[in-house]
Design a protein around this ligand. Structure first.
Ligand code: PLP
Ligand code: COI
Length: 344
């Protein structure tokens, strides 16, 4: 039996603290080395490393959970492996082999078992695989060396105050260029969103909702989660991007399946801001690894305020049912008919 750490699990923020081990593997001369666990949590690099100069970096995010029967699981890590390969390829980085990715996730979670928050605490072990260009570059070019690393850290809810309906504002900034990098998980998409996020916070909002950069007509997503809507007659609507600039959320893909399994109609299509502003939806929520499902109470766009009739004071019925079902599957309380849960 692992003796778990004595932390205030119920009150953890979504913040980093170092744990016992990270996983590290280095690439040079066309190959990844064998990789290993490390207790060194600092990276020392040349000042001219590609990561510092041109942000050649991509990352992933998934969570490990304790189950009621004392086991540890994570959720669909093979999809994170595939998405990270796609991100790396888009950035001219060498993909980390997908089978090795899953094995590295298993090793690093297992080695940090005492940091996995207890079942029912509301906290989870966040797993952050990432890859950086460690080789030196001066001209804009791919580096000659890379590091793949996985850090893990125990976290609480992404939005302060836990699961509560949040307030979004339509950002005057764009998140992703049409046919740009919005559909990959690259640090550069997040670095440029920090000012937009802080502006939203300073104006009293929890997050930004971004519109498509090409026409500023369609709803895309928020800075760190996809968005979902529910129509008055109970259909789940998941926005699609005409310019493929939304990150393909694993949580969303899973929720679409869960909704179908529950017999709900599901429609994946472009959603215009006009439709949202006209009151076309009864419920709205954000979904992602960090956000899980966070209900959205209101979306502001200048003087226009869209208030969702369901889910304003507490989570609406459809988002609530989806959240309960997904977290039930993830934590082992509900049957995992699709084989999504990965035992460590
Ligand atoms: N959209 C963005 C921009 C994200 O950063 C994330 C988080 O990973 C998501 C969506 C949700 O994706 P996933 O459900 O795979 O975590
Ligand atoms: C995640 O949900 O795992 C993410 O990477 C989002 C990030 C902005 C914290």
């Amino acid at each position: 039996m692992t003796q778990i750490k004595n932390l205030d699990w119920e009150n953890l923020d979504f913040a980093y603290q170092s744990t016992d081990y990270s996983y590290v593997s280095n690439w040079s001369d066309g190959a990844w080395d064998a990789g290993c666990l490390t207790s060194e949590h600092t990276i020392t690099l040349s000042e001219c490393a590609g990561i510092y100069q041109y942000c050649q970096e991509c990352f992933e995010g998934l969570k490990a959970y304790a189950t009621a029967d004392g086991g540890i699981v994570c959720f669909r890590p093979e999809l994170n492996a595939v998405r990270m390969s796609a991100s790396a390829t888009r950035l001219e980085m060498p993909p980390f082999p997908e089978k090795r990715f899953v094995s590295a996730v298993e090793q690093v979670i297992d080695a940090n078992a005492c940091w996995v928050p207890p079942y029912g605490s509301g906290a989870t072990l966040y797993v952050r695989p990432f890859m950086i260009a460690t080789g030196e570059v001066l001209g804009v070019a791919p580096a000659s060396a890379y590091q793949f690393r996985i850090l893990v850290t125990p976290v609480g809810p992404y939005f302060k105050g836990g699961i509560r309906p949040i307030r979004l504002t339509v950002s005057p900034y764009d998140r992703a260029a049409p046919h740009g990098t919005g559909n990959i998980k690259a640090g550069l998409n997040y670095g440029m969103s920090i000012k937009a996020t802080m502006d939203a916070h300073r104006a009293g909002f929890d997050e930004n909702l971004y519109l498509d950069a090409q026409s500023r007509t369609y709803v895309e997503e928020t800075g760190g989660a996809n968005v979902l809507f529910v129509t008055a007659d109970g259909a789940l609507v998941a926005p699609q991007s005409p310019t493929d600039s939304i990150l393909h959320s694993i949580t969303r893909r899973s929720l679409v399946q869960v909704a179908q399994d529950l017999g709900m109609p599901v429609i994946e299509r472009p959603v215009s801001w006009h439709e949202v502003a006209e009151g076309g939806f009864a419920e709205c929520g954000l979904c992602g690894t960090a956000a899980v499902i966070s209900p959205v109470a209101e979306i502001h766009n200048g003087d226009i305020v869209v208030v969702f009739p369901q889910g304003h004071d507490e989570m609406g019925p459809v988002m609530g049912r989806l959240r309960e079902t997904l977290t039930g599957i993830q934590e082992g309380a509900l049957e995992d008919v699709h084989g999504w849960v990965h035992t460590i």
